[in-house]
Structure formats: structure tokens, C-alpha cells
Design a protein around this ligand. Structure first.
Ligand SMILES: Nc1ncnc2c1ncn2[C@@H]1O[C@H](COP(=O)(O)OP(=O)(O)O)[C@@H](O)[C@H]1O
Ligand SMILES: [Mg+2]
Length: 246
């Protein structure tokens, strides 16, 4: 017997862009992107600075207006839908830079984000987040603003997990962090992946991405230039050199 719900969740992308275009004023930044991520997948969105990675995410999440094309969330057309409604459909987004409440404690930051997922799941609780990020457990009563940059990033990811998302999007989560802290973040990303949450990862650390991502999607000047399983990118160093300069 097929389980129709399980079948649908594997077949229909959680988030999809179809022929997506976006502009900032007169500047045409996304040129017809097709992008999809399905339940449980880990996709690396790659490209040099300024190629449109963050804009693609922001446009799919309703934070930048799509000029043409479509955004679908679990098969439903959500183009031009308000960002908070898109977020409510099980998508957690950790933008570039950090989004914590500096005047609230670590515990308050986490607890106020808590909610059940779209299927009622409450897999990620305060206890589980604190087990994953022991540094946060040690600083529960500290104000968010007293944390180091790396700890703030952990708190942002912890807050995202407290929403029990189906899809987690991390935009440059390890940017500017010391190697030791970055390693801790990669370790938690691996455990998030193992827990079945789909993730879109944007990062400059190619080695880390290539061990964790199932697929890669490379943008150059707002167009897709390469899309394949990660193995294929590893086997083709010239693609890396040409499009990523590494
Ligand atoms: N708020 C903005 N207003 C105007 N131009 C922007 C804005 N944000 C980004 N851009 C421009 O859009 C292009 C794509 O940027 P972005 O999506 O941030 O790239 P990436 O995330 O790949 O580094 C760049 O040329 C950038 O300068
Ligand atoms: Mg960016």
C-alpha cells in the first residue's frame, strides 16, 4: 500500500521557483531561475559574491517581489504571498547577518520561537536544541546581545529549529566565524540533515558543503549555470574553477 501523504511529500517540492525573475529598481538580478528542493534533501546554493543567491532565497520567501515567474510552496502557488504566510508553511530562514533579540535572554529567544511544525511535530524542543548547542545551555540566562558572534549564530539556528520546520534555509551561517565555531555549526547542520529536515545551504566553505549536500545549484549573474548531484561537481574540477573560482 502506498501512503499518499508520504508519496506526495517526496514528489512535490517543499519550495520551488519556476522561471523566476527579480529586479532591484532597474537592475535585473534574477534571470529566470528554476530551483526546487524536496523533503529531506540538502541542496547547496553556490556562486561567487553578488551572483543572486540571497536574492533567489528572498524572492522565494516573498521578501523581494518576483517580477515574473512563480513560487510554489508544497505545490501551491505562493507568488506574491506575504512572507509571514510563507514562513508559516514550515520554512525557517536564517538570513545573512544575525537575527536575535539582544535584550531577551537566550532562553527567551528560544522559547518565543517555539511552535509545532506543519504536521503537528514537536521534534525540536528547548531541551533538544540545548543538547545540540551545549554553549547555549551554558548561557541560558545571558542576554542575546552578550553572546559572541558564533554563539549568536547558534542561537539564530536554534530559534529556527524551535519552529519545527520542514525546510531550513541557512544563508552564510558560518560567515566570519572562527574555524572551531564553524565546525560546531557544520556538526549541527549534519545532525539537522540526519533528522530529516530539508536544508538549503549557502556558504563559502566548499569542502563542508560538498560533504553534506546531496545536490548543488550554481548561479552566475542570476542564471543557473550548473545543477547536479554533488558527486558530479566533485568529479569535474573545471566547473568549480570556472564558476566558483576555487
Ligand atoms: N537591496 C538591494 N538593492 C539593490 N541591489 C541589491 C540589493 N541586494 C543585492 N543587490 C545586488 O543584487 C545582486 C545579487 O546580490 P545577492 O543576491 O546579494 O548575491 P549573493 O547572495 O550571491 O552574494 C548584486 O549585484 C547585488 O549588488
Ligand atoms: Mg548573499
Amino acid at each position: 500500500m502506498h501512503d499518499p501523504a508520504a508519496l506526495a511529500s517526496t514528489a512535490v517540492p517543499l519550495l520551488e521557483a519556476r522561471n523566476l525573475h527579480a529586479h532591484y529598481g532597474a537592475s535585473h538580478v534574477l534571470h529566470g531561475i528554476n530551483f526546487a528542493i524536496r523533503a529531506g534533501e540538502t541542496v547547496a546554493l553556490m556562486g561567487r559574491n553578488g551572483m543572486g543567491k540571497s536574492t533567489l532565497i528572498r524572492t522565494m520567501l516573498g521578501l523581494v517581489r518576483a517580477s515574473t515567474g512563480q513560487v510554489l510552496v508544497k505545490g501551491q502557488d505562493m507568488t506574491h504571498t506575504a512572507p509571514h504566510l510563507i514562513a508559516r508553511s514550515g520554512i525557517a530562514y536564517v538570513p545573512e547577518g544575525r537575527g536575535i533579540f539582544p535584550n531577551l535572554t537566550v532562553r527567551e529567544n528560544l522559547v518565543m520561537a517555539a511552535r509545532a511544525g506543519t504536521r503537528g511535530q514537536r521534534d525540536w524542543t528547548l531541551d533538544r536544541v540545548l543538547t545540540s548547542f551545549p554553549r547555549l545551555a551554558e548561557r541560558l540566562a545571558h542576554g542575546g546581545g552578550q553572546l559572541s558572534g558564533g554563539e549568536q549564530q547558534m542561537l539564530t539556528i536554534g530559534r529556527a529549529l524551535m519552529t519545527n520546520p520542514d525546510l531550513l534555509i541557512l544563508d552564510e551561517a558560518t560567515e566570519g566565524l572562527a574555524p572551531l565555531i564553524s565546525r560546531e555549526i557544520w556538526r549541527i547542520v549534519a545532525s539537522i540533515r540526519a533528522s530529516g529536515i530539508a536544508t538549503v545551504l549557502i556558504d563559502k566553505n566548499f569542502a563542508a558543503l560538498s560533504t553534506i549536500a546531496d545536490r548543488v545549484h550554481i548561479l552566475v549573474k542570476g542564471s543557473t549555470v550548473f545543477e547536479a548531484d554533488t558527486d558530479q561537481l566533485r568529479a569535474q574540477p573545471h566547473i568549480r574553477e570556472t564558476f566558483l573560482g576555487i
